[in-house]
Design a protein around this ligand. Structure first.
Ligand code: HEM
Length: 392
């Protein structure tokens, strides 16, 4: 191990990690309480550094962001791997830069997101009456989880391919997740080996779906927009963009139901800014600051990616004064930072007010930070705001 001047010390390394019968983020949190907010572990031949403080996170994603912008291949399974060509698993370099540019410009730009607004509105309009079925008679028990899966999955699939994939009113969570798996497998292993196969209306460009759009770019730049690239982009949207948002809608509603005073205040804000005559729309979201802070507070308590996604160092760097050698895997314990009493007073309580003052710096990171942060964050925020505002 090469020490850089001024010879920072090597990190203390734990050589045997006894995996306890509890989730990994809990084990890592317990270790950080004894070893400090930066420590390292050896997993087989891999050196892994775990960071669990806003200060260490800031060091990772500001001055060391480029060095830590790589992904460790070992950490990505078959789906996200896709031979490591998808944007999530790709090494930091020209290929990732190309994909990043395509996603930012062709998929997540404001104009592309606006073009799909009617899909999001439409799916919400289909969801709401299903929740209130038979309510005129009495209260009715409704299983919400599959409905939220249906919502986010249909929004993403309609953006991609133009059609809904869950057409029945799903009341069963297992059916919803199994179906998602089937689509992913079909996509990866056969049915949709040509991206155009996902388009029932392959040459009907009027729907202007994401696949249509990418295929027309393929006509003008066939080398750049190869089939494999288009397939990988779509796979990443399904994998990264459906469960995460559905789970967050569910947690937010659960927190609101358990904190009626917050729900009451949120409803009053919606009434003031939107009124009773119409449904909430995405342009209203900029006025509904309280809704945004509720979502931030939900992300603090229940971030869907507890350890973000793993990064790997492409060179030596220094974190909290320790030398972190090249090829070290980085795990960020976002869950521990979000719940740390050193960072938040009373961290286990649900207090949207935390975020009313504006920026909170490196204390909240549901979408990760730096160059490899989530690309779908803007789209997710729109989906979440619209869904929750409508439900409230
Ligand atoms: C509640 C919703 C979401 C959450 C909480 C979330 C969270 C995350 C996190 C934690 C990362 C890893 C950041 C890191 O490595 O440090 C990530 C990466 C990513 N997410 Fe999301 N995500 C969400 C929605 C979406 C959506 C809707 C899409 C696309 C449709 C998406 C696409 C991606 C992509 C492409 C990356 C990889 C970026 C890269 O490696 O360069 N995500 N997301």
């Amino acid at each position: 191990q090469k020490n850089l001047p001024p010879s920072p010390p090597a990190l203390p390394v734990i050589s045997h990690l006894h995996l306890l019968k509890q989730p990994l983020h809990h084990t890592l949190h317990q270790l950080s309480q004894n070893l400090g907010s930066v420590f390292s572990l050896r997993f087989g031949s891999h050196l892994v550094v775990v960071v669990s403080s806003p200060f260490a996170v800031e060091e990772c994603f500001t001055k060391n962001d480029v060095v830590l912008a790589n992904r460790p291949r070992v950490a990505f399974g078959k789906y996200l791997g896709y031979n490591y060509t998808t944007i999530v698993a790709a090494s930091f370099g020209d290929h990732w830069r190309n994909l990043h540019r395509i996603m930012v410009v062709e998929i997540f730009s404001t104009s592309r997101l606006n073009a799909f607004l009617s899909i999001r509105q439409d799916e919400i309009k289909l969801l709401l009456p299903r929740l209130s079925q038979n309510l005129s008679r009495d209260f009715k028990r409704v299983e919400l989880k599959p409905k939220f899966y249906e919502l986010t999955f249909n929004i993403v699939m309609r953006m991609i391919a133009g059609n809904r994939y869950y057409d029945d009113d799903l009341s069963n969570y297992e059916a919803a997740t199994e179906f998602r798996e089937l689509v992913i497998e079909a996509f990866e292993y056969g049915g949709a080996s040509n991206p155009g196969d996902f388009l029932p209306h392959r040459r009907d460009k009027s729907k202007n779906t994401m696949i249509d759009h990418l295929l027309s770019l393929q006509e003008s730049h066939p080398d750049y927009y190869a089939d494999e690239i288009i397939r990988g982009l779509i796979l990443v949207m399904i994998l990264g963009g459906t469960n995460t948002s559905a789970v967050t809608v569910e947690w937010t509603l659960s927190l609101l139901v358990n904190h009626p005073e917050v729900l009451k205040k949120a409803r009053a804000k919606v009434d003031t800014h939107v009124g009773q005559e119409r449904l909430i729309d995405e342009p209203d979201l900029s006025k509904l600051h309280y809704l945004q802070v509720i979502i931030s507070e939900t992300f603090r308590l229940f971030p869907t990616e507890l350890l973000l996604l793993p990064h790997i160092s492409s060179d030596d760097c220094i974190i909290e004064g320790y030398n972190m050698p090249r090829d070290t895997i980085l795990l960020v314990n976002a869950w521990a930072i979000h719940g740390s009493p050193k960072v938040w007073d009373d961290p286990t309580s649900f207090k949207p007010e935390w975020f009313e003052g504006g920026e909170v710096g490196h204390k909240l990171m549901p979408f990760g930070l730096g160059r490899r942060a989530c690309l779908g964050a803007g789209m997710a925020q729109r989906m979440l705001g619209l869904a929750l505002g409508s439900l409230i």
